[in-house]
Write a protein that binds this ligand. Structure first.
Ligand SMILES: Nc1nc2c(c(=O)[nH]1)N[C@H]1C(S)=C(S)[C@@H](COP(=O)(O)O)O[C@H]1N2
Ligand SMILES: [Mo]
Length: 224
């Protein structure tokens, strides 16, 4: 089921000629630029009754919190423009997002000093872990909108995380919970052969060269 890491290791490294030389520095090693927006995820696209939708914040916080969509949308909204990089080797420049800056969202929470790591819990059965410091970059958003429109269901409606400086699997779609943690713990892809930190400019794709992956298929062919 999850031999994605193995298959990617075997894939041919793309030719960089096609990118304008003035833009080369924006393209991490081993990536190819796309103008399309590929759609990638495990499992079905969730459907929601938005009146019942909640975001739960728990773990190393003074008090557990449950946010409704209205509450999140009444917090100060920010825009960010960023380049995104998927471990399957596509990058997309100048993506435009709008939502609550993670740094601003933190002001709503009484975070305990022990909180150093974060697990993002998302539908359907998806988790990804990040260092708290990685969520504090200015362009990290809990995003409701892409390109001046609400997110489409396949891109994470109603709420996704956007962490442009890490490979895009860290940018969980359909976010439902944020857990602040003292100790690091691995999320879904991080425990299936992918790198824990995932910096595309350091090409941190895989956790190790000898990782053994289960049998199975992984592919994507959808984009918009
Ligand atoms: N909930 C959830 N979020 C997810 C995933 C997933 O399987 N489930 N896949 C990740 C991966 S591997 C990628 S590359 C991006 C793709 O986002 P996109 O479909 O908007 O391009 O979503 C990430 N977020
Ligand atoms: Mo991905």
């Amino acid at each position: 089921m999850h031999d994605k890491a193995d298959r990617l290791k075997a894939a041919k490294v793309p030719d960089r000629q096609q990118t304008e030389s003035s833009e080369q520095h924006r393209l991490p090693p081993g990536q190819t630029l796309t103008s399309k927006f590929p759609i990638l995820h495990e499992g079905p696209v969730p459907e929601y009754d938005l009146n019942r939708w909640t975001l739960r914040v728990f773990g190393e916080v003074e008090e557990e919190r449950i946010f409704s969509l209205d509450e999140l949308q009444s917090l100060p909204q920010s825009k960010s423009e960023s380049d995104i990089h998927c471990v399957t080797r596509w990058s997309k420049f100048d993506t435009r997002w709008e939502g609550v800056k993670f740094k601003d969202f933190m002001k709503e929470l009484g975070l305990l000093p022990e909180a150093k790591y974060v697990m993002i819990h998302a539908d359907t059965n998806y988790e990804t872990n990040l260092r708290l410091e990685d969520l504090l970059h200015e362009d990290v958003l809990l995003a409701f909108r892409y390109d001046d429109k609400p997110l489409t269901p396949k891109h994470g409606y109603p709420l996704r995380l956007v962490v442009p400086h890490l490979y895009f699997w860290k940018s969980a779609k359909w976010v439902r919970g944020i857990e602040f943690m003292k100790e690091d713990r691995k999320g879904f892809w991080e425990s299936h052969g992918f790198h824990n930190t995932a910096d595309p400019f350091k090409e941190q794709r895989f956790s190790s060269d000898e990782y053994e992956m289960p049998e199975g298929e992984w592919e994507y062919n959808e984009y918009d």
